[in-house]
Design a protein around this ligand. Sequence first.
Ligand code: ATP
Ligand code: MG
Length: 630
Amino acid sequence: MSEKYDIGLGNNNDDLRKQANSDFVSFWSDQAKNLLWFSTWQKTLDWRPPFAKWFVGGKINASYNALDVHQNTKYDKPAILWEGENGDSRILTYGDLFIEVQKFANVLKSLGVKKGDRVTIYLPMVPELPITMLACARIGAIHTVIFSGFSVESIRDRIDDSKSKIVVTADGGYRRGKIVKLKEVVDEAIHDFEFVEHVVVLERTKNKISILPKDKLWNDLMATASDSCDAEKLDSDHPLYILYTSGTTGKPKGVLHGTGGYLTHLYSTFKWAFDIKDSDIFFCTADIGWVTGHSYVVYAPLLHGATQIMYEGAPDFPDMSRMWHILEKYRVSIFYTTPTALRMFMKFGDDIPNSFNLSSLRLLGTVGEPINPEVWRWYYKIIGKEKCPIIDTWWQTETGGIMISPLPGLETIPLKPGSATLPIPGIDISVVDEFGSEVPPNTKGYLIIKNPWPGMLLTLWGNDKKYKNVYWSKYSNCYYPGDYALKDSDGYLWLLGRADDILKIAGHRIGTAELESCIASDYSVAESAVCGIPDDIKGEVIIVFAVLKDGVTTDKTILEKNLFNKIRTDIGPIATPKQIYFVSKLPKTRSGKIMRRLLKSIASGEKIGDTSTLDDPSAVAEIQKIVTQI
Ligand code: ATP
Ligand code: MG
């Protein structure tokens, strides 16, 4: 952990940290002034644990802050440089987006959508997706976006939970060269939902669809819609959206976010973490179906009037060079992706990225899972050519925005591969034991957040009880994210994996991230996942699932022996696995996160629970086969 990288941008603003430490409420009040409010708030924070209301009495609109505020200065500036999977491209300026959003807001009104009504959006990564979200925000409707890779049951559950009046979908979307027939999925999912009044259908692929009585075509509706629609003046805590979590640890939860606090959090973190400048070309690879896409594809870049890339398809289509191609073509300066994507790129070697001109890059971000130091170094060296800071951002659907991250737009600090570094200003984070006492430095424990923050979820949709239970019952008046962590002697935070996934081996606690990083640092391994299964003597024993790098042909028994030795030397004999399985892929959520709970169930011969967010069922089938054979 002594390895440090001193690469700052020369920004140093100690005053902000000082102010945040002395009074986080007035600190956030100052940050909120960066937005445009129709009327200012009377009270910055109304905190009735565990419910927080930010900027009480203030009136604001998200769509207004994303679009109207830029019309005088950025009318012709590209907001979205869109690239279709098949090579199509579109440019939408701030002026274009403004017109389209107002038109679609009028369409929604004409379909009877009122303030507070829910609108489900099940669209591919096309500009109409942010347009629909911003149109909802404009009239105070609550959007609920469902990732376009989900199938009937997952959509049905979510639409039923949110009781959406309208569903906006497309005839299809492109994914790895194939058409995903979204409309067919919607038809089946909602066939008996009387509360759904209309289905708006965008023709993206022009594949044949059946037009049912509730269906209306996007183009027909837009053709006659007026392009002027004033933004509603909404209360600061008016709900902006419901979004379901990734489902890595269990059934997805319907997270409800508000407006004024959420936008304040996004505006600030985008500036601090990504040091955004007018000249930047920002590219976040997240699908808008996940929170990273909501916060850092749709809202944060638009609040700042930034230009960004929006890519429709799979990152490995038509081949492993697609991302680097986009970075080179558009001269991307800030790139934000996930450890899972980076591990996939790494698996195929350095030659592919090395054959592209990536010199426009200046900042590299990551989010979604702990980034193994090995992957961090690869990202830093091969993609960033040792000149771009790695911005490892820890946050959750529930936190709304980044909570722990290097902040090159605010300060210069040394980076340590694998650490998300420090909490953002105004956030009080600790690492504690079972009883809530802070653990000494370099001791593992549970991450907790001790005060409310502006991007904090309002509640779980329609389920205050579950909200209290999941996040606020383990420690009194502290938010419990469910992650395992360690704070080192410099105060840097190291995220060690899910609290549910901690391995307890003969009384020792080992985070999945520590062990997986050790395994991933072996030359032969592209990625790995570990889980513990019950054992009569040790309490729990470790099972390793490893995916080898492309082209590794060494005998499996030799590889296995090497890995056993490596784990014994790097972590200790206590962590020696009971079994190492070599598999061709790991079970992941559709957002790319490893589902260790499935591995645990398979390895211990139990039933596997909710798999609604599982990406590729063949990964589970393969592992089931391998585990039962050995
Ligand atoms: P569910 O709550 O339904 O199980 P999920 O937690 O995967 O799903 P998200 O809100 O998308 O849903 O993910 C947040 C989680 O992702 C965090 O709690 C953490 O475990 C992990 N995570 C995100 N960013 C990082 C990071 N930079 N380092 C380590 N872990 C991260
Ligand atoms: Mg979670």
